[in-house]
Design a protein around this ligand. Structure first.
Ligand SMILES: NC(=O)c1ccc[n+]([C@@H]2O[C@H](COP(=O)([O-])OP(=O)(O)OC[C@H]3O[C@@H](n4cnc5c(N)ncnc54)[C@H](OP(=O)(O)O)[C@@H]3O)[C@@H](O)[C@H]2O)c1
Length: 300
């Protein structure tokens, strides 16, 4: 049986380039995207570029925790195997928005979605010879978690709220990793580096603190598109996910943080702080219980 990878947000950007690479390596690849059209277009391209027809999709818009549960349920009903889960979807918004179940979107999609999906697919992953969970970080993070502003209750500013949510996600995923006693499951976090994707092409000055707004044209230039190869930067940014997925040197890594050069780097202090890990885990588990009625630590 082919090894199987599920890549959230594989219909575009870094996720699509990761999908092409894994398909080239002979993996059965299942991607997610928000629409039938974006997924169909993506799998046509992935199949063409990889010469591997074993590519499929599940449409999933992460607009509520129910939609994450529905994604996991559809995966479990269609496929009986999973070796690699890549939690690639991430969002960055100019203004504060809420999901259908009332969660602030950065928190819901950047923090809750990877955690919930990993938990829901954990039992299937544990039947793999080597099951991997790979989650993408944001790179630059604040030094502290603000527990009074987890869902931007006090303040919202695009890039700041996004970066904070990625720090919170890392803390939650590392806390989750510490509970994994199964020797065949490895969970790691990687930073892809900067790439020109739909996310970065939609950056606006309003997403940045005042001081950086002046430098906005430079920031935009850093994410410029290579007109001859628009996918080049996303290809480059898929390297750290691919390293964790495929490189034999990554097989024993667990709860590690890999940078865009595929180097194992130190996790931020806020992420390794036991108190932070404990607090965010309790908070996330309570939200899952409230919104889905599931005790996530006692899944059958
Ligand atoms: N690009 C960068 O410079 C950069 C830097 C640091 C970290 N990252 C991280 O790398 C990861 C990938 O980033 P990217 O730049 O490749 O992102 P992207 O281009 O915006 O990702 C597009 C993919 O995400 C899906 N998607 C977008 N919003 C969604 C939602 N609300 N629910 C479900 N799926 C959604 C899209 O589906 P559709 O095709 O249907 O729209 C598509 O498959 C993210 O976690 C991001 O935070 C990126």
């Amino acid at each position: 049986m082919s090894k199987t990878a599920l890549i959230t947000g594989g219909s575009g950007g870094i996720g699509k380039q990761t999908a092409i690479h894994l398909a080239k390596e002979g993996y059965r690849v299942i991607i997610t995207g928000r629409s039938h059209l974006s997924c169909t277009n993506a799998i046509i391209e992935i199949i063409k570029q990889s010469n591997n027809p074993n590519v499929d999709f599940i449409v999933s818009d992460f607009n509520s925790l129910k939609s994450i549960k529905a994604l996991a349920d559809e995966y479990l009903s269609k496929y009986n195997h999973l070796d690699i889960l890549i939690n690639n979807v991430g969002i960055l918004k100019e203004t504060k928005e809420f999901t259908d179940d009332g969660l602030e979107k950065n928190f819901a999609i950047n923090v809750m979605a990877p955690y919930l999906l990993s938990k829901l697919l954990f039992n299937l992953l544990s039947t793999s010879k080597l099951g991997k969970i790979i989650t993408l970080s944001g790179g630059v993070h604040p030094t502290e978690i603000n527990f009074n502003n987890l869902q931007a209750e006090k303040s919202y500013l695009g890039i700041v709220t996004y970066s904070h949510s990625k720090l919170v996600m890392m803390t939650l995923m590392i806390a989750f990793g510490k509970t994994i006693i199964h020797p065949n499951i490895k969970s790691n976090i990687c930073y892809p580096g900067q790439a020109s994707t739909s996310m970065t092409r939609a950056l606006t000055p309003k997403m940045f603190p005042w001081i950086f707004r002046l430098a906005f044209p430079i920031l935009k230039y850093v994410n410029r598109i290579d007109k001859n190869n628009p996918d080049k930067s996303a290809q480059k940014a898929s390297r750290s996910s691919i390293f964790l997925a495929l490189n034999p040197n990554a097989e024993q890594l667990h709860n590690s943080y890999i940078n865009y050069k595929c180097k194992n780097v130190k996790l931020p202090n806020a992420v390794t702080d036991f108190h932070n890990q404990h607090q965010i885990t309790i908070y996330a588990n309570k939200i899952i219980k409230d919104k889905l009625g599931i005790d996530i630590n006692n899944l059958k």
